[in-house]
Ligand binder design. Structure first.
Ligand code: COA
Length: 374
């Protein structure tokens, strides 16, 4: 069978970092003001007072210490608590496309590829800036790539589902090179007024170049040994924002039109699903978990990753075997495992085995088993 390789990755990191302290200060200022303004109703028992957030809880429960965002001033303003981003005119690049082009250029440079080597562009992410025309077609145009592009969304698993899609196209021979970009402005769908989740997400964009092994000239590329995808319906991570919202105007602006989750249930249900998929996938490929040199896992929660690592390896993973970036970037949805892969793969040796794994809403899980080339 035709061998496919990941020959380059790239990361665009937004210009502003927000610490837990800044986010908690903003939330607590908002909560106090809300409680003062509604003191009488709270007193009468008609309304619940808002509890304050705290930094210790966030670090302990999630491992997150800071996050990058495309706009900071709106997020840390207690009267706004949302990003403020200028709407671009139709003649300017959209924000997602601009982030994507930056990450894509880095990935293509690493892969020794020019736009002429790419036949397909996939924008694979959780939230698209508009329904159409596809952001992927705009990215394709901005980079001067012939061929075609399309957008796809499998929430946090979008990048790994994109990798399997790219592998299938490359193996069938319909394309010679694929560029996947994962622009994630998670601050746009995060409810900064929800104490349970206001700290969870950050913004970023990652890019991946895939091609057939015979055209690869990049040093230290990764052969894709196999991919495995799984989905199982769940409402525990949900966002009801959509084009039919205007048909029910009374619901516009309600909490369910932003990210909502039952974090504890997600934790309990997704950890076994992911661990089992990884173990089954390795067994089907005739590989032993102890041969895994590194796992680049989805970046949502540190304890969740520790559990998965223990279940797969049968022991506590060493830090270098399972690096995390969520302390700096927070959860960046589909981009998390790719940032980690991009930052922590160059030290590995020819023949080393690794696993990229994402998981999230759907539920969805995506595995990509890779082996390092010369
Ligand atoms: N500050 C202080 N306390 C807080 C708080 C905050 N910001 N948010 C919640 N708490 C409190 C809760 O009120 C609760 O208090 P109680 O025990 O008195 O009722 C307690 O902390 C525990 O809350 P819980 O929501 O059960 O926390 P948790 O340990 O499950 O951690 C998450 C929350 C979201 C970090 C964790 O569940 C998680 O990461 N889950 C997986 C999520 C995931 O992967 N999602 C995918 C998204 S793409």
């Amino acid at each position: 069978m035709t061998k496919v390789v990941i020959s380059g990755t790239g990361v665009f990191t937004p210009p502003y970092s927000v610490s837990n302290e800044e986010l908690v200060d903003t939330f607590n200022t908002y909560a106090r003001k809300h409680n003062e303004e509604n003191a009488a109703a709270i007193e009468r028992g008609e309304m619940e007072a808002l509890a304050e957030s705290n930094v210790e809880f966030i670090v302990k429960a999630s491992g997150i210490e800071s996050r990058y965002v495309m706009n900071k001033s709106g997020i840390v303003d207690p009267d706004i608590m949302a990003p403020r981003l200028r709407q671009r005119s139709n003649d300017e690049p959209s924000i997602l496309a601009e982030m994507a082009v930056d990450a894509a250029k880095k990935a293509m440079a690493r892969a020794n590829k020019t736009p002429a080597d790419i036949d397909a562009v996939l924008v694979a992410c959780s939230n698209l800036e508009r329904p159409y025309p596809a952001i992927a077609v705009e990215v394709q145009d901005l980079l001067g790539i012939e061929g075609f592009g399309f957008d796809m969304n499998v929430a946090c698993s979008s990048a790994t589902f994109g990798i399997q899609t790219a592998c299938d196209m490359l193996r069938s021979g319909s394309v010679r090179g694929v560029l996947i970009v994962d622009p994630e402005i998670c601050s746009g769908h995060l409810n900064f007024r929800d104490r349970d989740s206001h700290f969870i997400f950050g913004d970023v964009c990652t890019a991946i170049v895939l091609e057939r092994a015979e055209t690869c000239t990049a040093k230290g590329a990764w052969e894709v040994l196999g991919t495995r995808l799984k989905t199982k319906f769940s409402n525990n991570i949900r966002n009801n924002f959509g084009f039919l919202n205007r048909a029910t105007p009374e619901g516009i602006g309600a909490k369910d039109k932003l990210f909502v989750q039952e974090g504890r249930k997600v934790f309990k249900e997704v950890v076994p699903m992911v661990s089992q998929l990884i173990l089954d996938h390795l067994a089907d490929e005739g590989l032993d978990p102890k041969d895994l040199k590194r796992m680049w896992l989805h970046q949502a929660n540190k304890s969740m990753n520790d559990f998965i690592g223990r279940k797969v390896l049968g022991r506590d993973p060493e830090r270098h075997e399972q690096p995390n970036i969520l302390q700096e970037y927070a959860n960046t949805s589909s981009a998390g495992s790719i940032i980690t892969f991009s930052q922590f793969n160059e030290d590995l040796k020819e023949g080393d085995l690794g696993l990229i794994c994402s998981f999230g809403a759907g539920y969805s899980v995506g595995n990509v088993l890779v082996r390092k080339r010369a």
